[in-house]
Write a protein that binds this ligand. Structure first.
Ligand code: ASP
Length: 342
């Protein structure tokens, strides 16, 4: 018989925990005790809750790798004590944090469910109450002693998504996230309908937490008219080890020689170039068009259907492992945590 299910709620900040100051009308974060007051329904759950609060609470625009490490450590320190984790986080960079945590938490066998909201919990029409309550249910869900969702996921507006497949695509709709290349892990209605074949299976190995992230990377988003100075100054960034090249469509880029020459020069100097599409669905297919074949020939690595959020955090994680360049390039092309369809 399982004991009472226990959930650790980790409050990092974001709109969900804010209220509007009636005098200034601006949004400010609430301490957890007060936030709790807005959700008396939590007392009706038959689960044991504990809380960890980031200090200071963050608007997620201020998230960075050191906070990802703090979050990973909190989960590591409490991993044996709790059955599941709910992370309250601003929606702006939630897809990045969820992607980062998916790579940092190797052999994760428990749910880590991110949620937040578009309207603060103190507002009458808030979407935060529903998102929070659904996340708790999902983090607590077990079947035959095994968690139903033993992976990092985002629960938002009646959908559960694999965290490293998501992108925030709408700043106003309650459904703020899209997972363009992977179906949702669950649909939330009267029942929570899990898509069990898609959810990662537990491997029952010991959790291994990777805390070394290397931020010597850049994103170079292509646009028609991008000029030589912009491209060359990006590659001239001191200490730069890798560039996520955000290309057009199926991984296409200009074929003009100065552009390919600059890329080749960077690769010859030891830099890793990772080709990710600007599209929210579909994949990089190097060689499909003439405009991507050249990239493949000079050694640009194709990112298939990975999101930019996942590419950035996977690169930080892989560079942080200190593995040789060839091995990092090999691992970039295989799915480590379900982040791409290969
Ligand atoms: N700016 C807020 C944040 O990301 C927006 C939100 O929570 O939805 O922290």
């Amino acid at each position: 018989m399982r004991e009472q299910t226990s959930i650790l709620i980790i409050y990092t900040g974001g709109t969900i925990g804010m209220v509007q100051d009636p005098k200034t009308m601006s949004l400010k974060p609430l301490s957890f005790d007060i936030l709790y007051k807005y959700l008396p329904v939590l007392e009706n759950f038959n689960y044991k809750f504990d809380f960890y609060t980031f200090r200071p609470l963050l608007d997620s625009s201020n998230m960075n790798p050191s906070f990802w490490v703090e979050l990973a450590k909190v989960i590591e320190d409490n991993y044996e004590t709790f059955d599941g984790f709910v992370v309250l986080h601003g929606s702006d960079t939630m897809a990045y944090t969820a992607s980062a945590l998916s790579f940092m938490l190797e052999n994760l066998n428990k749910p880590v469910i991110f949620t937040g909201s578009q309207l603060p919990i103190g507002m009458v029409r808030t979407d935060g109450r529903e998102n929070f309550i659904n996340s708790i249910e999902i983090a607590a869900a077990h079947e035959q002693e095994t968690p139903v969702v033993p992976e990092v996921a985002i629960c938002f507006e009646n959908r559960l998504y694999r965290g490293n497949r998501t992108t925030k695509f709408n700043a106003e709709h309650f459904g703020a996230f899209v997972s363009g290349n992977f179906p949702s892990l669950a649909k939330i209605g009267v029942d929570i309908r899990y898509n069990n074949e898609l959810i990662l299976k537990p491997n029952f190995k010991r959790l291994k937490v990777h805390k070394n992230l290397d931020d010597n990377i850049a994103i170079l988003k292509l646009f028609p008219g991008i000029n030589r100075n912009v491209v060359s100054s990006t590659f001239a960034t001191p200490g730069l080890k890798a560039v996520i090249l955000e290309t057009f469509g199926a991984g296409n880029a200009p074929t003009v020689s100065w552009f390919l020459d600059l890329l080749k020069e960077a690769i010859d100097k030891g830099m890793i170039l990772f080709n990710v599409t600007q599209c929210k669905g579909g994949k990089v297919d190097i060689g499909k068009y003439e405009t991507s074949a050249g990239l493949g020939k000079i050694g640009v690595i194709g990112g298939y259907d990975i999101t930019t959020e996942s590419a950035v955090t996977k690169m930080m994680y892989l560079l942080g492992t200190g593995l040789p360049k060839g091995e990092v390039e090999r691992l970039l092309q295989i799915s480590l945590r379900g982040e791409m369809t290969v």
